[in-house]
Write a protein that binds this ligand. Structure first.
Ligand SMILES: [Zn+2]
Length: 83
């Protein structure tokens, strides 16, 4: 009874490396408005962090300022070749 040699999963690691080379990380910031209670996301800006009060931007929905709080930051991998 001949057993097939078990090779380590090198191709899978190669795929991850290819993915990192090919894809670009895009970060988003989710902001909640203390006035209308709506939330919306925009592109991440340096200095953003969760629970930060955003005073210099206005709500996308009700256009009030000074009532916005960052509630979430998330990243997605996008393929720059796909438009
Ligand atoms: Zn609002």
């Amino acid at each position: 009874m001949a057993e097939e040699p078990q090779l380590p999963a090198i191709p899978a690691i190669g795929e991850i490396l290819d993915r990192k080379k090919r894809f670009v990380e895009k970060k988003h910031t989710v902001i909640k408005c203390g006035n209308c209670k709506e939330d919306f996301s925009r592109e991440f800006k340096p200095g953003d962090y969760v629970f930060k009060k955003v005073e210099d931007e206005e709500c996308e929905k009700c256009h009030r300022t000074k009532l916005l709080t960052i509630i979430e930051i998330f990243a997605e991998w996008i393929d720059p070749k796909k438009k």
